[in-house]
Design a protein. Sequence first.
Length: 186
Amino acid sequence: MATTEKEKMLAGELYDPRDAHLSAERRRARLLLKDLNDTRDDEVEARTQLLHELIPSQGADTWIEPPFYCDYGTNIVLGDKVFFNFNCVVLDVAAVRIGSRVLFGPAVQVYAATHPLNAEERRTGLELGKPVEIGDDVWIGGGAIVCPGVKIGDGSVIGAGSVVTQDIPAGVFAAGNPCRVVRPVA
């Protein structure tokens, strides 16, 4: 059983986000994000260094267009050749695993963070997270939202503006709110 608030958070248990250690980790991420988001296009080396500090578990050729936002960065795992377009958000209170050659359109939001459904539990201020997994060769269209606990299979395409509330199998085009499989990809 998890004992620290961070261990609880990563285990998907209710945790206190106001914990001093978690607050310090989020503050560290905010400072790195500010520096990253302030880089110019010609500062490729500085941007790469900041990205490796923010997201240590990443493959080769990661490209993130600023501005980019996340809670911790350290709970994100990226494969090779992952591309985030402008204004993406990843709430990584639980593991967010993203495969290789994944493309994110502008303003995509990936949420591992959630809150209890029961109002009495929410009043405690505790929250929880559910891991998100995105397979290889996935394209997520602009403005899409990927909800906590969702898995998206290899080679799938998520239509722009979709709200992904449940798992999406491999090799399909899915779209809508809620996101549903429309057809196989060709």
